[in-house]
Design a protein around this ligand. Structure first.
Ligand SMILES: Nc1ncnc2c1ncn2[C@@H]1O[C@H](COP(=O)(O)OP(=O)(O)O)[C@@H](O)[C@H]1O
Ligand SMILES: [Mg+2]
Length: 244
C-alpha cells in the first residue's frame, strides 16, 4: 500500500552548517499511529514541520500519496489535509471552545466572513458534531482558558478534525498530562485511526505509552532514526537504550 505522507531521505539544516535532520525517512500509512521519541533537540519538531510543509527539506523530498510535493498546488492540498497540533496546542485561551474549533474551517471560509464570525451553517453544524464526539458539548461556549489540560487537548484535536484531515501531526501532545488523561487522549486517536483511517504521528516523552498505542515506534537521536519498530514488540528498556 502506498503511504499517505512520506518523508524520503530528508536532510535539514537551519544554519547551513549543522544538520538537524540527517537522511530521515518515514512513511505514514492510513489508520496507523506513529510515536516518535527523542531527547529535546533531537529534531522531532523539525520533522513534523517538514511533514506539514512549514519547512522545506534542504535535501530529500516529501511525498503525498506517492506524488512529490513540488508545486504550490500540491503543497496547498497537503497543507489542508494534514492537521498540525503544535506544542502547547495553539488554541486561543480567551475565546470559546466553539470559536477555537471553527478556526479549523478557515481554509474553507472566505476571510471576511470568518473575521465577522459568520461561518456557514454547515461548518457550525460540523463543529457541533465534532465537539460532541470529543465529549466537549458541555463546554461549547466556555472560554478555552477555563478548561483542564486534557480538555484543551481535545479542543486541539477537534480543531484539527474540522480540517477533514487524513493525517494529524501532534507535537509533544500527551507529555504534560497525567497518565489516565493521556490514555484517554490516545484512545481518541486510536478510534479515529480505526474508524476513519486517520493516521497520527505524535512526538512524545512518554515511553511507557508506546507499546500500548503505537503501531510504529521511532527514536530520533541527533537527527537520525536509531530505532524503528512495531509498537507491540518494543520494550521500554530497548527504547531507553536507543534514546541514550
Ligand atoms: N528556528 C530555528 N533556528 C535554528 N535552529 C533551530 C530552530 N529550531 C530548532 N533549531 C535547532 O534544531 C535542533 C532540533 O530542534 P527541534 O526540532 O526543536 O528538536 P526537538 O523537537 O526534538 O526538541 C536543535 O538543536 C535546535 O536548537
Ligand atoms: Mg520539539
Amino acid at each position: 500500500m502506498s503511504s499517505l505522507l512520506e518523508a524520503r531521505e530528508v536532510w535539514f539544516t537551519y544554519d547551513s552548517r549543522n544538520y538537524t535532520l540527517r537522511d530521515v525517512s518515514l512513511q505514514i500509512e492510513e489508520g496507523k499511529i506513529y510515536m516518535i521519541f527523542g531527547r529535546s533537540g533531537a529534531g522531532k519538531t523539525t520533522l513534523l514541520k517538514i511533514l506539514k510543509g512549514i519547512l522545506k527539506p534542504t535535501r530529500g523530498m516529501v511525498f503525498f500519496r506517492g506524488q512529490p510535493i513540488n508545486s504550490s498546488e500540491t503543497a496547498r492540498r497537503v497543507y489542508s489535509i494534514v492537521g498540525y497540533i503544535p506544542q502547547g496546542f495553539g488554541i486561543v485561551s480567551n475565546v470559546s471552545v466553539m470559536d477555537n474549533v471553527l478556526v479549523g474551517a478557515l481554509s474553507r471560509v472566505p476571510i471576511l466572513h470568518s473575521l465577522m464570525g459568520q461561518f456557514p451553517r454547515e461548518e457550525v453544524e460540523r463543529a457541533e458534531e465534532i465537539i460532541e464526539m470529543m465529549g466537549l458539548s458541555r463546554f461549547k461556549y466556555q472560554k478555552a482558558s477555563q478548561l483542564s489540560g486534557g480538555q484543551r487537548q481535545r479542543v486541539a484535536i477537534a480543531r484539527a478534525l474540522m480540517q477533514k484531515p487524513k493525517v494529524i501531526l501532534a507535537d509533544e501532545f500527551v507529555s504534560q498530562l497525567d497518565l489516565l488523561t493521556a490514555i484517554e487522549v490516545l484512545d481518541v486517536f486510536r478510534r479515529l485511526a480505526d474508524e476513519k483511517g486517520i493516521a497520527t504521528a505524535i512526538t512524545s516523552h512518554d515511553i511507557h505509552l508506546a507499546s500500548r498505542y503505537a503501531d510504529q515506534v521511532l527514536v530520533l537521536k541527533n537527527g537520525e532514526f536509531t530505532l524503528r519498530k512495531d509498537g507491540r514488540s518494543v520494550s521500554e528498556s530497548e527504547l531507553v537504550m536507543a534514546l541514550r
